[in-house]
Design a protein around this ligand. Structure first.
Ligand SMILES: [Zn+2]
Length: 298
């Protein structure tokens, strides 16, 4: 059975029922999935300009990175997803435009608790200094104590730079980024497909990050100062479009995705970024990147 045949199969049942069970044993569960998906729940800078949301991203439909202002609602921009499917929420840092949407995620799950199939609690992970407090504040804000069993406290996972975690098929590594509050970048490896995705979150330009994100298929980063170059010691901790492009180029990312900038100026930003990094892309809200199975390259 060759690669193309495997890709046409829907799943394991079909394989086990067939004549070729020996082939399944050879390949193992790696062949269940042929795509890694990266969904752009929101792409905006701090204050959304329209009905978009601040930058937040969904991996394989179950790991949400940052929550924007209202990810519990905006992730339904695509009808195949909603917050009941989440297993993990990872916060890059605890600024309001990245965590406020956690309230909508938790309240949506409480209202739809009967549809949540897994007994596992939702995991909320993020920078160790802030994550417990943010989860506690969010639970208090939605008055989880008045909801009761339908709104269990998530399992909170405080992360230090360098920590790793696993979310089923996603192996996740972390790195410190440079921002006004403790902040993390994440590198994901989908062990079923071999696809890797990096997400910086908010960060100043840190050339060394290129090594952490080296060779990723998609690198998602910010360009929130636009065409203005921030001073090297700027306390706000953001990078320009040019700096985002340099990071993507130096990491050798297959595709550099710049979000969390003034998306109304993409026409101005795109040629500037492309001069530095060829594979640059500015996503639209709700867009999804389907990354092909690369496991045969290993
Ligand atoms: Zn921030």
């Amino acid at each position: 059975m060759d690669f193309e045949d495997w890709r046409e199969l829907d799943g394991r049942d079909e394989l086990e029922g067939g004549d070729d069970e020996q082939d399944w044993d050879n390949f193992g569960p790696m062949k269940l999935t042929t795509l890694t998906t990266l969904t752009f729940v929101g792409v905006s800078s701090c204050t959304p300009l329209d009905d978009s949301d601040t930058a937040s991203f969904l991996l394989n439909g179950h790991v949400l990175v940052d929550c924007g202002w209202a990810a519990g609602i905006t992730m339904m921009r695509r009808p195949e997803y909603d917050a009941t499917m989440l297993t993990h929420v990872l916060l890059t840092h605890c600024h309001q435009d990245h965590y406020m949407g956690l309230a909508s995620v938790l309240f949506y799950r409480a209202m739809q608790a009967g549809r949540i199939e897994s007994d596992e609690r939702l995991v909320v992970a993020g920078p160790a200094k802030d994550i417990e407090r943010i989860v506690d504040l969010t639970m208090a804000f939605i008055q989880a104590d008045r909801i009761g069993n339908g709104c269990p406290r998530p399992e909170v996972l405080p992360l230090q730079p360098g920590d790793g975690l696993r979310a089923s098929e996603l192996d996740i590594a972390t790195v410190a980024t440079r921002h006004a509050v403790p902040s993390l970048g994440y590198r994901f490896l989908d062990v079923e497909t071999g696809v890797s995705i990096g997400i910086t979150g908010d960060t100043a330009y840190v050339p060394e990050l290129a090594r952490f994100f080296s060779g990723v298929d998609d690198l998602v980063t910010e360009g929130s100062t636009g065409l203005t170059e921030p001073p090297p010691d700027s306390p706000s901790g953001h990078q320009s479009i040019r700096q985002a492009a340099m990071l993507g180029r130096d990491a050798g990312a297959e595709t550099l995705i710049i979000a969390h900038c003034d998306m109304s100026r993409v026409d101005e930003f795109e040629p500037v970024a492309r001069e530095i990094c060829l594979g640059v892309h500015f996503p639209s809200p709700g867009e999804q990147h389907n990354l092909e199975d690369r496991s045969y390259e290993y």
